[in-house]
Write a protein that binds this ligand. Structure first.
Ligand code: ZN
Length: 74
């Protein structure tokens, strides 16, 4: 297993406030059913721009998705 080193200091950007780079508005957290590679994940949290509907995931949300996918693997 590769070793991960956390050498980066935590970013001091406002946590939980991610801005759409196109519209410059705060993205809104939503819970959706999400399909990825044929697997349906329920209650997946993502961030959506209320204007352009662009979806983004925070690193934590991506991690949660990967964990759900791993759990669904047979
Ligand atoms: Zn937008």
């Amino acid at each position: 297993m590769p070793h991960k080193t956390n050498t980066n200091p935590k970013q001091t950007l406002k946590a939980g406030a991610i801005i759409c780079p196109i519209c410059c508005v705060e993205l809104i957290e939503e819970e959706v059913d999400f399909e990825i590679d044929g697997a349906i994940l329920h209650n997946v949290k993502l961030l959506r721009c209320p204007i352009c509907q662009e979806e983004q995931f925070t690193p934590q949300q991506q991690q949660a998705i990967e964990e759900q996918l791993r759990r669904q693997e047979t």
